[in-house]
Design a protein around this ligand. Structure first.
Ligand code: SF4
Length: 326
């Protein structure tokens, strides 16, 4: 059931996920469209998440947004100091100067990073784990992850898992999406764009998520253009083949127990041409994280921490390999 409306205020709003912003110049949503979008969210009882550009938006936009309960998603580079300080989710765009950043131990941060930058510089993240409340690491080029990276990724996760263990020893229950979400999840908790959430873009149309708005107009893959809206403010939502976005219609994912996996439908579409078929890279990374979480859980249990969930031993990293057994 739809629960969230993401409002992407401007073509140059910060990216908070895998997609890149491919628009060079600002294009702020019209105030009337913003107000209609907020009205739509109120009528549909949706929680609003606002994604801001880095420049100061006009006062009347802030007033319109403040008329409804909402979450602010803001870049660490945003010029609006007040917005930056009160952001619910702060987006960090690389590892540079992380050791100088004033983290707040009650707040959530998203670090967008390429896989090879992460593998080269993951030690900087130890500092963040000691200071922040929650860190989500989002890889911006999952397609570049290859089987030769498995060992290095595993080593990096192992180091960060030891840091989390240190934090637990000190009574600081820091969260890192890659390694702590699966400690407590009993069922899938994925991004669920197109099912739990949709996005209102500056053009006044709805999209499955911002990534579909920024998709290249010409990308076709034989399935129709990627940049296809799923409704507009005048006529409401119209998600064609909506069942394809659901977990029940993603055969492998519905049987998988990497419950923390993002199961990104945009990446699926980009890498496998099907929104409900995951890519090898996404599955392998999620299973390395799952397995490291299993080891972390065991070590934390030995220290007296309690977890209801069990994570069993498995002998695969990509469920596609054992699809016939499932
Ligand atoms: S690891 Fe693969 S099969 Fe499992 S939920 Fe993620 S994308 Fe789906």
């Amino acid at each position: 059931m739809l629960q969230y409306l993401v409002i992407n205020l401007d073509d140059v709003s910060t990216s908070y996920c895998h997609y890149e912003i491919n628009c060079g110049s600002p294009n702020l949503i019209g105030l009337d469209k913003l107000q209609k979008g907020i009205c739509f969210a109120m009528k549909e009882n949706l929680s609003v998440q606002v994604v801001y550009p880095d420049y100061l938006i006009p006062k009347e936009y802030k007033e319109a947004i403040d008329a409804v309960d909402h979450y602010d998603i803001v870049s660490s580079l945003c010029e609006d100091k007040e917005l930056r300080e009160h952001a619910d989710i702060t987006i960090l765009h690389d590892c540079i100067a992380l050791d100088k950043y004033p983290f707040d131990n009650k707040k959530t941060y998203v670090l967008r990073i390429t896989i090879h930058d992460f593998l080269d510089r993951y030690l900087f993240i130890k500092h963040v784990l000691h200071e922040a409340g929650r860190l989500n690491i989002i890889f911006t080029d999952i397609e570049n992850f290859c089987d030769e990276d498995i060992q290095k990724y595993n080593e990096a996760l192992s180091v960060l898992s030891s840091t989390i263990e240190d934090c637990y020893d000190k009574g600081r229950f820091v969260q890192l999406n890659l390694l702590t979400d699966r400690l407590t999840l009993a069922t899938m908790r994925n991004c669920n764009a197109g099912v739990d959430s949709v996005t209102l873009a500056p053009d006044g149309n709805f999209y499955i998520c911002p990534a579909f708005y920024y998709a290249n107009e010409d990308e076709d893959y034989g399935l129709g253009k990627s940049k296809t809206n799923v409704g507009d403010l005048e006529n409401g939502l119209n998600i064609k083949n909506a069942r394809l976005y659901t977990l029940e219609n993603a055969h492998l994912c519905s049987l998988c127990d990497a419950y923390h996996c993002q199961r990104c439908v945009w990446l699926n579409r980009k890498l496998t041409y099907e929104v409900n078929t995951p890519s090898h890279e996404q599955c392998v990374m999620a299973h390395l994280e799952r397995n490291q979480t299993k080891d972390l859980m065991k070590r934390l249990r030995n220290k007296g921490f309690c977890f209801d969930q069990k994570i069993k031993d498995i002998n695969y990293l990509d469920p596609f390999v054992i699809r016939r057994e499932w």
